[in-house]
Design a protein around this ligand. Structure first.
Ligand code: FAD
Ligand code: SF4
Length: 497
């Protein structure tokens, strides 16, 4: 059967922060734009708040898995990423933080160039925050669009404890609709980080960038996997795709192609398309060095079962900058996973303990900057996946310095939890690729990275990259707001021609 074919000014692969924000910039400039997404739309039903359905059965997991090799171990893990319109924004925790001026030292642009796009991204995402409350807040031209809401009891406990040991905690900026009664309002539940919001009160990109872009004429083609980009010489002409519902071929012609399939899939797409000649394609993968520190309390920590991902501590952020040239990172309040999820991951001998202790736990998330290393990479194997494409392999390990930065944060997190009344601290390493970054790094020098400061792939005249792949360094804060701001910046550049 011949492939169905359509034609646009701009064709974007992936509908996460990078694809959605670039799409809005393009349609606002009058460009006929399509976003092609391999996943379907979020269901927004009761199962979206089911810990089993989302975290264990993974109802949004993709048909196609990739392999990972972590920490220098020989063993291979099989991972099934979520696929959905909106990408990881649908599952994210809503923390919306800016990189600091110092974080741009190895970027081909500086903070002041991104600042107006941060303003616009915060406005579109409806971020609640308090300007100037973060001791390392970069300069800003506008206050946050909305004030932070009052702390819940568990969040206040962390704030008070952090202050008592000399930290300067502040309300975590959040892209959640707490106050606009014309839109679905947040119920302040605990199935937020890691789950789609059934009510659509989390301001993920389906509620924000994509909705605005569709109003201005954006076409979204869901359930369609882009297999490769057709290239002749230095020009890309079309996306070669498969409609996964009908397994039919689809071809989408466009003057400009935007790659925004996420930091694991974007380099794989370029490698499949013969656009991987630059030696840094797929290399320098970062994912932050993340841990959760847990303490047991002599009382129930959240008897009302309320939302409390509300507090952030940045006091250690610049502590190693002069010596190492990187940030340490941040500490943030985070919910306790459901008991069935904890039992699933606990060692067999420890499962009975979960029932006894679950309600008495409180946790802090530590996000440390990790260094870009050429050895950490996305590559293609010579075996084929269920849909006939080369299986992706992801290799990643941390440096001792990455782990040391995380230890600085974890030790401070333990001190905060102990000051709040917690005992028996336990540190749990996060193995996920939720903060995957850097595999198509944006650099000043052609030798250092495959993407230039305008987001253009150096190997082609009309291919751009707008997602988390372009980060040359990971910085020490959650990445989504920077992905969105940078994608709008690149999208505007595409529109200007
Ligand atoms: C549980 C969780 C919590 C998080 N919490 C936060 C937070 O609180 N704050 C924060 O800043 N960040 C958070 N993050 C990280 C943040 O969500 C990501 O950094 C960000 O969403 C990355 O956006 P992206 O556009 O680069 O990629 P993605 O969101 O991964 O989007 C890529 C899209 O491309 C699609 N795709 C891939 N391959 C193809 C293909 N071949 N054809 C078609 N489509 C394809 C994918 O299905 C996906 O929809 C969290 C992430 C997770 C998983
Ligand atoms: S906390 Fe609010 S935004 Fe998050 S899932 Fe619950 S209702 Fe939705």
């Amino acid at each position: 059967m011949p492939a169905r074919s359509t034609s646009f000014d701009v064709a974007i692969v992936g509908s996460g922060f990078g694809g959605a924000a670039a799409a809005l910039a393009c349609v606002r400039a009058g460009l006929r734009t399509v976003v092609v997404e391999r996943g379907g739309w979020p269901e927004r039903d009761t199962d979206d708040w089911s810990p089993r359905g989302i975290l264990l059965d993974q109802r949004y997991r993709d048909k196609v898995a990739f392999e990972s090799r972590l920490y220098g171990h020989g063993s291979v893990r099989i991972e099934r990423p979520n696929s959905v319109v909106g990408g990881n924004s649908v599952f994210y925790g809503g923390a919306a933080m800016r990189l600091r001026e110092t974080d741009f030292a190895r970027w081909p642009l500086d903070y002041s160039e991104l600042s107006p796009y941060y303003d616009e991204a915060e406005r579109i995402l409806g971020v609640h925050g308090v300007a100037g409350s973060d001791p390392f807040d970069p300069p800003r031209d506008h206050p946050y669009p909305h004030k932070s809401i009052d702390y819940s009891t568990p969040a206040r406990r962390i704030h008070v404890a952090a202050e008592s040991i000399g930290c300067r905690p502040f309300p975590l900026p959040l892209a959640i609709n707490f106050t606009d009664e014309t839109e679905p309002l947040c119920l302040r539940c605990t199935t937020c980080d890691g789950f789609p919001c059934k009510l659509e009160a989390k301001n993920d990109v389906t509620r924000t960038f994509l909705r605005l872009a569709v109003d201005e004429g954006l076409t979204i083609v869901a359930h369609t996997r882009v297999d490769r980009i057709a290239v002749a010489g230095r020009r890309a002409s079309r996306l070669i795709c498969v409609d996964r519902a009908g397994r039919a071929g689809v071809e989408i012609e466009a003057d400009t192609i935007v790659v925004a399939a996420g930091a694991l899939q974007s380099p794989a797409l370029l490698l499949r398309s013969g656009l991987g000649a630059h030696e840094a394609v797929g290399r320098y993968l970062m994912r932050h060095c993340n841990t959760i520190v847990t303490c047991l309390f002599p009382f129930e920590t959240n008897p009302e079962g309320t939302f409390h991902k509300q507090v952030c501590v940045t006091d250690l952020y610049e502590d190693v900058r002069v010596r190492d040239g990187v940030a340490v990172g941040v500490i943030q309040d985070i919910y306790t996973p459901a008991p069935e999820v904890m039992r699933h991951y606990a060692p067999r001998w420890g499962r009975w303990l979960i029932n006894l202790t679950h309600k008495r736990l409180q946790n802090l998330l530590c996000v440390a900057e990790d260094e870009p290393r050429v050895e950490n990479a996305v590559t293609l194997t010579d075996r084929l996946d269920e849909e006939g494409l080369p299986v992706i392999r992801v290799t990643h390990d941390y440096t001792d310095a990455d782990c040391a930065r995380n230890s600085l944060l974890s030790d401070r997190a333990k001190d905060i939890l102990k000051a709040a009344g917690g005992r028996v601290p336990y540190r749990h390493r996060l193995d996920t690729f939720s903060h995957a970054l850097g595999t198509l790094r944006m650099t000043t020098s052609e030798n250092d990275g495959p993407v230039d400061r305008t987001g253009r792939l150096r190997a082609a005249d009309n291919v751009y990259v707008t997602d988390s792949s372009v980060f040359p360094t990971s910085a020490g804060v959650n990445p989504s707001l920077t992905v969105a701001a940078n994608a709008m910046r690149i999208g505007e550049g595409i529109a200007r021609g």
